[in-house]
Design a protein around this ligand. Sequence first.
Ligand code: SF4
Length: 92
Amino acid sequence: MEKILSKHLTYGETKERLHSTRGKKMKECREKINLSQCNCSWEPCSRKGICCECLSYHWRNRELPACLFPDDVERTYDRSLRRFIQIYKNQL
Ligand code: SF4
């Protein structure tokens, strides 16, 4: 599992790679549109609507963003990979 996880880039690494390989500015963040589709109930979070930061933050802790969980599970704030697998393991 560690081998798989280590292949993923952090937000900073991804941003840097996009800049250096394309030589263009990154696209504007679609924060307002993202917010309209966000099911996260943790109101004080500064990453809300900024999906790249949300994913990077949770993945550092081997968690996943709220939007990948059903609403009733999201409200428990258990965003662990273990919980995600528990939910979806029989749906593959
Ligand atoms: S899922 Fe986590 S990082 Fe993303 S908006 Fe909710 S509390 Fe913030």
